[in-house]
Design a binder for this molecule. Structure first.
Ligand code: AMP
Ligand code: ZN
Length: 467
């Protein structure tokens, strides 16, 4: 199948050509583990998961590396401000190492809940300090670095003639576009830290020895060093959210290409944002939505995944609970129809019919991950007079490429047995509501949700549902 992806570097949808026949290497920028991932971050990982599933469905062998940023980098892109990990440590009264391990585990749970296929390997930045130092040394020996006293080792962006090519800006444009005066001895506004010194007279929780003194790596160097180590100096796809185009990925190219002396990445694939009512969802705004919050409100993570796939990964998507409710209804309708298919899938199979539908589905996702079209094809299939056995096989294929667990949830619907204790909790909750003890009712509802069920109130009764 012809695979097409939008390449940020060329700003065009291109036909994918792998470096090695039948194989694809993918590096995706992972989470910074100082807080929960918000549902916007998770949109990016779901979009990347669709890309990976699309390659698998096309028969590719996938090598996928994802970093875990467990070293604190600084809250501003200008290499100053607070360290995110230390900030998390202060906020919660735990060590930075405990913060990193707690939020890494939370992230892994989100990944599982959203049915995202785990990468071939997660690479925590703290396990690759040696490689990061060695890359900075190589840049130093090539004359790309300079030191700012009591601050750190910086990359001189004026030395790299292609600087800014990914974001489509030349260094002069970048300089002209800078709004704030820059301080602290940087030679160019776009220069960035490769190694930061620990403050004098203060021991940081995370710091390492280096040829330049005790300190910690800059943010951008980690992905470059880990990618070179785990994949090598030629990479099919490097991916992240669109916010990474102008700074993080631009700086990554600047760190790698002078060292390897040739083009590094063939396709740069960037995922668009999820917005809330006030604009781009971000952790620094304080108030943000997490997957556990959606679960507490009675939405299963797979419904959120379905909501995301209704839009193309290249368009911004607005989040609202009304839209999520719409997605939930539609997903539940699909599950009911799939349950019906499971019950009746015993008629004769026809390969030709099966393959023609399968190709349409594969063609949709291979065309720059067109998941909205794949879902239109699914609705068409459900309405069609294709027989149940073929429909069943095609739904299995949909599960492979979209990861929406249609068969699993339809089976759960068919086997639904509400355990006695859940029935009791639901009854107690209903009583609490009638007694207007809403606090108790909410606590009971949470208990029911934690056990994998939910209660939905009707006019004079309630219904127990499996999440
Ligand atoms: P972070 O943990 O902040 O490094 O972000 C993890 C990933 O989420 C990165 O690839 C970001 O580009 C991406 N990201 C950040 N904010 C959003 C958002 N509102 N919507 C979608 N992706 C985002
Ligand atoms: Zn990265």
């Amino acid at each position: 199948m012809n695979i097409k992806l939008f390449n940020t570097m060329s700003r065009k949808v291109e036909t994918f050509k792998p470096i090695k026949q039948g194989e694809v290497s993918i590096y995706t920028c992972g989470p910074t583990v100082y807080h929960f991932a918000h549902i916007g971050n998770l949109r990016t990982y779901v979009s990347q998961d669709i890309m990976k599933r699309m390659f698998l469905a096309n028969g590719y062998k996938v090598l996928h590396i994802m970093n875990i940023t467990d070293v604190g980098h600084l809250t501003s892109d200008a290499d100053d401000g607070e360290d995110k990990m230390e900030k998390g440590s202060l906020r919660e009264g735990k060590s930075v190492w405990d913060i990193a391990s707690f939020y890494t585990n939370q992230f892994l749970m989100d990944v599982k809940d959203l049915n995202i296929l785990p990468p071939t390997k997660y690479t925590p930045a703290t396990s690759y300090i040696k490689e990061q130092i060695e890359l900075v040394q190589q840049l130093e020996s090539l004359g790309f670095t300079y030191e700012i006293k009591d601050d750190g080792i910086y990359y001189d962006t004026s030395k790299f003639k292609d600087y800014g090519k990914l974001g489509g800006q030349s260094l002069d444009e970048l300089k002209g576009g800078a709004r704030v005066a820059f301080s602290s001895g940087k030679r160019n506004i776009t220069d960035f830290a490769l190694w930061k010194f620990s403050p004098k007279n203060q021991k940081r929780q995370m710091e390492w020895d280096s040829p330049w003194g005790v300190g910690f790596p800059g943010w951008h160097i980690e992905c470059s060093a880990m990618c070179l180590k785990e994949i090598g100096d030629r990479l099919d796809i490097h991916s992240g959210g669109v916010d990474h185009i102008k700074i993080h990925h631009t700086n990554e190219i600047a760190q790698v290409e002078p060292v390897i002396n040739h083009n590094w990445v063939n396709y740069w694939v960037h995922m668009e944002f999820l917005n809330d009512l006030s604009g781009k969802m971000s952790k620094s705004k304080g108030d943000f939505l997490t997957l556990s919050l959606l679960k507490d409100k009675g939405y299963s993570p797979i419904v959120y995944r379905y909501f995301l796939l209704l839009a193309s990964y290249r368009t911004q998507l607005n989040f609202s609970f009304e839209l999520l409710d719409g997605a939930k209804k539609s997903y539940e309708n699909i599950i009911k129809k799939v349950a019906d298919i499971i019950m009746n899938a015993n008629d004769a199979f026809d390969d030709d019919v099966y393959l023609s539908w399968k190709n349409r589905i594969l063609e949709a996702v291979s065309d720059d991950l067109n998941t909205p079209l794949a879902i239109v094809i699914l609705q068409e299939l459900l309405k069609s007079n294709v027989n149940f056995s073929i429909k069943f096989k095609l739904i299995e294929f949909f599960d492979d490429v979209l990861g929406l667990q249609f068969i699993e949830n339809a089976n759960a619907l068919l086997n639904i047995e509400v355990p006695e204790n859940i029935k009791n909790l639901a009854e107690l909750r209903w009583q609490a509501k009638l007694d207007k003890d809403y606090q108790k009712a909410d606590l009971l509802k949470k208990e029911i949700i934690d056990a994998g069920f939910n209660v939905e109130d009707k006019k004079d009764s309630y219904e127990i549902k499996k999440l």
